[in-house]
Design a protein around this ligand. Structure first.
Ligand code: ADP
Length: 259
């Protein structure tokens, strides 16, 4: 963007000069592009399940099928699943927008990470059992105090345990640990799942980025989980690292500052 303004301060007749303002609009265009990509992604993510629900309703509502209970039995579970998918997406979008606004507000409540993680493992025990996955809780008896927001931390651990299950096969093990370091506490969750190709590692916390979209969607994924995790990690002034080997498994570590 270039604005050229005649230099009215220069009164001399034979010397014509101008002041040129240069403004780099790259960042503004980038933000606009980001916003419009986001809206396009959200619309697409909502339209797909909506179309599937609409098709189910049209079929059931059709003159021939309205008394066909077999047909209804076939379509109702699909419609339920797609409704749940839309609900998950809306919940994640709300969560993401809230955490983005609060990211700069550092939580100050003193909390014990061991208590929170044990609670989340219990909350997810049904999901884990259903998939015949074993969670190995290697957290030793101690207190692991940080300054945090309990509900947000529950969101982090729920997302990471949920992902470890979604991207692992049955009869595998998920190992969870906490290690006290000098100034920090190191949380780790390690699975024996499909792993993440190296070239995608830097992108998996982006909104709607999925390595295998079909697997994510079949498992009820929204593509927003890790984006939410990243913001909560930032809010806690923590750092997250991901180590992964394709076909072998993935380890997420988060290093929280101690109180
Ligand atoms: P989703 O709802 O798709 O799981 P996330 O934001 O939680 O969205 O994760 C983004 C992508 O990162 C996933 O679609 C998947 O491809 C990959 N991913 C996340 N966690 C794991 C994991 N533990 N093992 C393998 N891939 C993973």
């Amino acid at each position: 963007n270039v604005n050229i303004i005649p230099d009215s301060l220069n009164e001399s007749e034979d010397e014509h000069s101008v002041i040129i303002f240069l403004k780099d609009l790259t960042e503004i265009y980038k933000t606009q592009q980001f916003k419009s990509d986001f809206v396009a992604n959200v619309s697409h993510e909502l339209r797909t399940p909506l179309q599937s629900i609409k098709l189910g309703l049209e079929t059931i509502n059709d003159g021939h099928a309205s008394n066909d209970f077999e047909m209804q039995k076939k379509f109702l579970p699909i419609m339920m699943q797609q409704t749940e998918r839309m609900e998950n997406l809306i919940n994640d979008l709300l969560s993401l927008s809230k955490i983005e606004l609060q990211e700069h507000i550092r939580p100050t409540t003193e909390l014990d990470l061991k208590e929170i993680i044990t609670h989340v493992i219990k909350l997810n025990s049904e999901l884990v059992k259903k998939k015949k996955i074993k969670i190995e809780n290697n957290i030793t008896d101690d207190t692991y105090k940080i300054s945090g927001d309990r509900n947000r931390l529950i969101e982090i651990f729920t997302n990471l345990i949920d992902n470890a299950c979604k991207y692992s096969d049955s009869d595998t093990v998920i190992k969870i640990s906490l290690v006290k370091k000098m100034d920090t506490i190191l949380f780790s969750i390690k699975d024996q799942g499909v792993g993440i190709p190296k070239k995608y590692l830097s992108r998996i916390t982006e909104r709607f980025f999925r390595v295998d979209p079909a697997r994510s969607k079949d498992a009820g994924g929204t593509g927003l989980g890790l984006a939410i995790v990243k913001h909560i990690v930032n809010q806690h002034r923590a750092t997250m690292d991901i180590i992964s080997t394709e076909g072998k498994g993935t380890e997420f570590t988060i290093e929280f500052p101690k109180v």
